[in-house]
Design a protein around this ligand. Structure first.
Ligand code: MRU
Length: 355
């Protein structure tokens, strides 16, 4: 019997605060922190205590709801004005992932349709709660579709962390968990994911918790394991997918995709339709650059000589010709992606807000 409730939940609405799993403390400590204002939420997102495109969207949606509930405004106009200001603050926290913009626009859009202040407060909270619950259902549906791609004996390479980056179950790792719970004999190779070590700290934690056999490699070992025939599928998440199938995901994804092509290994991407951006072109997407100290240090210890300058792009761009298929909650998109993605986003009924 498969117990689908056994996923660790990353976020809870607590009435006057948002409780989130503090991902900066993992794997040594499973602890939750309370975010009591939108400023707390913005800070937690920026510092990556809360991370992963879908989860960032959910926490930002709750932060807008919190703002509405805490506001003393008495009219819809005043409340919407306040929410618009907070919307600007929250959307600037992490500029690359699509789900943040999608979730914020969805909550603000609901507020703008309210008839009075009381209705607005109830409605934005209901919308944020709905976004959170939909994320869980979406991941379970996505994982079920994706599991059709996974076979007994597969060794799957994954990058970054795609489980705790959602409310529950995850995207790419959700496909892996569901396949494993179906009884498939699979193994995982997880990349460490420098500089934030989401693979080493979070993916190993999740795989161990689930009992899935895995090994950890450094990012530079991907070519080695592929050349040795140690991997036969790649499965990663995404922060944004463009209409032609271009995938924007954690730095290092592009390198893995090029290597997968070289070694004829299928490269699968798992992402909910809320990550699909049918409007933007690649040049419209801001790639987040983070503090160079993340590269110059490991766990607070400086590793480069004084005066070294580092580059720290958090995401890269994988062109569609390197992508084998994109798994979503509504089905699996195959090339040509400009046709298949549009179709599967439409089936979801989720609106495409202009970021
Ligand atoms: O910088 P992060 O840790 O927020 O980046 C996360 C990723 O790149 C994930 O692969 C992506 O958001 C999908 S999480 C379901």
């Amino acid at each position: 019997v498969v117990d689908l409730t056994d996923d660790l939940r990353t976020v809870y609405w607590r009435g006057s605060s948002i409780e989130v799993l503090d991902q900066s403390k993992l794997p040594s400590k499973v602890s939750y922190i309370k975010l009591k204002s939108y400023e707390d939420a913005a800070e937690a997102i920026k510092t990556m205590r809360v991370r992963g495109a879908p989860l960032i969207g959910v926490v930002a949606a709750f932060a807008l709801a919190l703002t509405a509930l805490q506001s003393r405004a008495t009219s819809v106009n005043q409340l919407v004005e306040e929410l618009r200001k907070v919307h600007v603050v929250l959307r600037s926290t992490r500029p690359t992932g699509r789900n943040l913009f999608w979730a914020l626009d969805r909550v603000l859009g609901r507020a703008e349709r309210a008839e009075n202040a009381g209705e607005l407060r109830n409605a934005v909270l209901a919308e944020a709660l709905k976004i959170a619950e939909e994320d869980v259902e979406t991941n379970l549906a996505l994982a079920k579709h994706g599991s059709s791609l996974i076979e007994n004996g597969d060794v799957i390479l994954t990058h970054c962390n795609t489980g705790l980056g959602t409310v529950e179950h995850g995207t790419a790792i959700g496909v892996i968990k569901t396949s494993f719970r179906q009884g498939k004999k699979i193994e995982v190779i997880a990349t460490e994911t420098r500089p934030q070590l989401q693979g080493a700290r979070l993916t190993t934690f999740e795989l161990k918790r689930e009992g899935i056999p895995f090994r950890l490699i450094t990012d530079g070992m991907v070519g080695f394991v592929m050349a040795k025939g140690m991997v036969n599928k790649v499965l990663v998440g995404a922060d944004r997918v463009l209409k032609d199938g271009t995938v924007i995901n954690k730095i290092g994804t592009y390198t893995i995709a090029v290597l997968a092509k070289k070694h004829s290994i299928p490269f699968y991407v798992a992402a909910p339709t809320s990550t699909i951006d049918l409007e933007s072109n690649v040049e419209d997407v801001a790639i987040e650059f983070r503090d160079q100290n993340e590269v110059l240090t490991v766990k607070g210890q400086r590793i480069a000589c004084e005066g070294t300058e580092a580059l720290n792009p958090a995401f890269d761009v994988t062109p569609q010709e390197l992508v084998t298929a994109i798994v979503m909650e509504t089905g699996i998109a195959h090339p040509p992606f400009d046709v298949s993605l549009r179709k599967l986003v439409k089936v979801s009924g989720k609106s495409q807000f202009q970021p």
